[in-house]
Design a protein around this ligand. Structure first.
Ligand SMILES: C[S@@+](CC[C@H](N)C(=O)[O-])C[C@H]1O[C@@H](n2cnc3c(N)ncnc32)[C@H](O)[C@@H]1O
Length: 216
């Protein structure tokens, strides 16, 4: 019996429809949920805007909407955006003006100013030439007191040799957050359980951070 290919094989090839098929039905991302909890029981009318950058098929967006946020979701994959539009609650939220889904590219995106930027497993797919500009836009979009949640891939990850990816060292990752309070920082540095071609060494930083009041 052959093994089902792991979901990361689709991501390695940037085969996003196959990736979205494989993650269908999976729960929302832990870093997004931690950031949500960090905002606590804010009056829904006072929550403001959350950005989901590289939202894919909207695995995080449904929960963000349920918890009362207005959401701007951006992704490069039209297939991902149409799956997000079809999610429970999303069509209504679009009709009510609480959700905007935008096709965009990391190299040219205009990110709206927001209380929260979530980027679950998407930023490593930014080409290195666009990375500095993209991070400057993310940082510039987050209001003081607001949060970032998401992942960065490290320099010991197997995909660090791929030329179209952005991988950061631990100190480069921490350096992005000089103006923030780190609320959650977890470094995953481990071999996957897969054998042969499907094996992958994972080096991932999981981050939730709050931008200091009084910063830009
Ligand atoms: C691994 S998926 C993560 C999707 C979703 N955030 C999740 O947690 O399942 C990476 C996402 O980044 C998007 N992406 C990759 N390169 C991109 C680019 N240059 N511009 C915009 N989106 C991009 C892909 O379309 C894909 O939806």
């Amino acid at each position: 019996m052959g093994q089902t290919p792991p979901v990361h094989e689709a991501a390695e090839r940037r085969d996003w429809p196959a990736y979205f098929d494989r993650i269908e039905g999976k729960p929302a991302r832990e870093t997004m949920l931690r950031a949500l909890d960090g905002f606590g029981d804010v009056d829904p009318s006072d929550r403001g805007l959350a950005v989901d950058l590289g939202c894919g098929s909207g695995i995080d967006i449904g929960v963000m909407l349920e918890r009362g946020w207005r959401v701007w979701g951006g992704d490069g994959s039209e297939d991902g955006l149409s799956r997000a539009r079809a999610r429970a609650g999303c069509a209504d939220a679009i009709g009510e003006g609480r959700l905007e889904l935008v096709r965009m590219d990391f190299g040219s995106v205009e990110i709206p100013r927001a209380r929260w930027v979530n980027a679950s497993f998407s930023l490593p797919f930014c080409p290195p030439a666009d990375w500095e500009g993209l991070w400057a836009k993310i940082d510039g979009a987050i209001k003081p007191g607001g949060r970032f949640s998401g992942q960065f891939f490290g320099d010991r990850d197997d995909w660090a040799i791929l030329e179209d990816r952005t991988h950061l060292t631990r100190s480069e990752t921490l350096g992005l957050f000089d103006q923030y309070i780190l609320e959650f920082f977890q470094e995953e540095d481990r071999a996957s359980a897969h054998q042969g071609e499907a094996h992958k060494h994972w080096h991932v930083f999981h981050v939730v951070a709050r931008k200091r009041e009084g910063s830009r």
